[in-house]
Design a protein around this ligand. Structure first.
Ligand code: HEM
Ligand code: NAG
Ligand code: NAG
Ligand code: NAG
Ligand code: NAG
Ligand code: NAG
Ligand code: NAG
Length: 325
């Protein structure tokens, strides 16, 4: 009994400590220091996303790659200088949207120089872009500060790869405080956007090194991909949507493909290889799109708080691609 109440006290204590380190992120952190900041982002996104709706996918992916490496500190936006930066690491080769963020940053800088972090601008921009294109809304608390380090090797090991199995994916997510349910929900972002053949061609052409196909991929779908998309094993330019027929709509159809063994990456197919992830997929499919949006929002709100820098940590960059000197 005594040890149980001690344990309870310890847990409460830990919760309080964790709570207090996150307490510095708050709703509308810039209300006094840059009251127009979030409105500037909102306006720019709404004026420009219509011309380039596919950027919404690029931006939420940037947010994911930022948060998984060194927390949501905009390290993914830094250019290589003395060392190779994250954006020049293999997992980042097809990241897009850097210019869009940099343009918004310069508008916000013109309004209030040196006040609003790139990490917060990325977080608000990604959310606004997804909402503007008909996707889910999630709450973005602000007060993040920008990191000063970006390391390509860290991205190589810290960004989940499309060929990883469920055990490895679970481990990477757990490493940043996300669970299997988050893995299923956040993978749901593959309901929008595009990929390139190198992310999947081993499944079509050389799965175990014997010129074979991945048996967990629906064979009819595999034939179609070989006929119409990735026609050779070395194609590195053709675009392939993860959610064919519905790549512009944030909906449940990604999960429909997954259960039909038509998830594009091994990491998508892997969601069927664990009882928890499998039943989460099935539950989502039994529920409404509104339910998916609400659950997705909860996982995004967790993801965008990973190891954030606050208070006097880090800096507020002047340009998102460069550490201040
Ligand atoms: C579970 C682990 C994940 C893996 C292994 C993974 C892998 C990938 C790969 C390989 C691509 C295509 C890259 C290319 O060939 O160009 C991609 C695209 C994309 N991913 Fe993921 N991803 C994962 C999780 C996530 C998460 C958590 C999000 C966001 C919440 C996300 C959002 C996207 C989006 C929107 C695209 C399309 C980007 C575009 O259209 O430019 N992914 N992902
Ligand atoms: C980048 O990260 C790797 C792996 O953690 C580390 O070995 C390496 O020293 C780092 N490079 C720089 C330039 O900090
Ligand atoms: C998952 O992949 C890791 C790393 O490649 C490997 O060590 C492990 O055996 C695999 N697990 C399963 C269940 O296939
Ligand atoms: C398939 O992979 C094996 C082992 O990695 C390699 O030796 C072989 O050349 C590959 N075949 C093709 C057609 O790429
Ligand atoms: C794509 O393939 C071509 C021809 O094989 C090669 O020259 C080029 O460097 C590759 N591009 C990338 C980004 O890997
Ligand atoms: C960062 O690198 C990109 C691509 O090379 C370049 O276009 C951009 O001007 C660089 N940004 C800064 C601030 O140097
Ligand atoms: C978007 C981006 O920054 N891509 C870079 C990824 O890395 C390659 C090679 O390291 C660069 O050439 C790309 O510009």
């Amino acid at each position: 009994m005594a040890s149980q109440s001690f344990l309870r006290a310890l847990i409460l204590c830990l919760v309080a400590i964790i709570g207090s380190t996150q307490a510095q992120l708050q709703q509308n952190f810039y209300a006094k220091t840059c009251p127009k900041a979030e409105a500037i982002v909102y306006k720019y996104v709404h004026e420009h996303i219509r011309n380039a709706p596919s950027l919404a996918a690029a931006l939420i992916r940037l947010q994911f790659h930022d948060c998984f490496i060194r927390g949501c500190d905009a390290s993914v936006l830094l250019n290589s200088t003395t060392n190779q930066a994250e954006k020049d690491s293999p997992p980042n080769l097809t990241l897009r949207g850097f210019g869009f963020i940099e343009r918004i940053k310069s508008l916000v800088e013109a309004e209030c120089p040196g006040v609003v972090s790139c990490a917060d601008i990325l977080a608000v921009t990604a959310r606004d872009a997804i909402v503007a294109t008909g996707g889910p809304y999630w709450k973005v608390t602000t007060g993040r500060r920008d990191g000063t380090v970006s390391n390509a090797t860290e991205a190589l090991f810290g960004i989940p790869a499309p060929f990883q199995n469920i055990t490895t994916l679970q481990g990477i997510f757990a490493g940043v405080g996300l669970d299997l349910k988050d893995l299923v929900l956040l993978s749901g972002a593959h309901t929008i956007g595009i990929s390139h053949c190198p992310s999947l061609s081993n499944r079509l052409y050389n799965f175990t090194g014997k010129g074979d196909q991945d048996p967990s991929l629906d064979s009819e779908y595999a034939e179609n991909l070989k006929k119409f998309k990735c026609k050779t094993s070395t194609d590195n330019t053709t675009l392939v949507e993860m959610d064919p027929g519905s790549r512009k709509t944030f909906d449940l159809s990604y999960y429909v493909h997954v259960v039909k063994r038509r998830g594009l990456f091994e990491s998508d197919a892997a969601l069927l290889n664990n009882p928890v992830t499998k039943s989460t997929v099935n539950q989502l499919l039994q529920g409404s799109v509104e339910n998916f949006f609400a659950e997705f929002a909860k996982s995004m709100e967790k993801m965008i708080q990973i190891s954030v820098l606050t208070g006097t940590q880090g800096q507020i960059r002047k340009q998102c691609a460069l550490v201040n000197n």
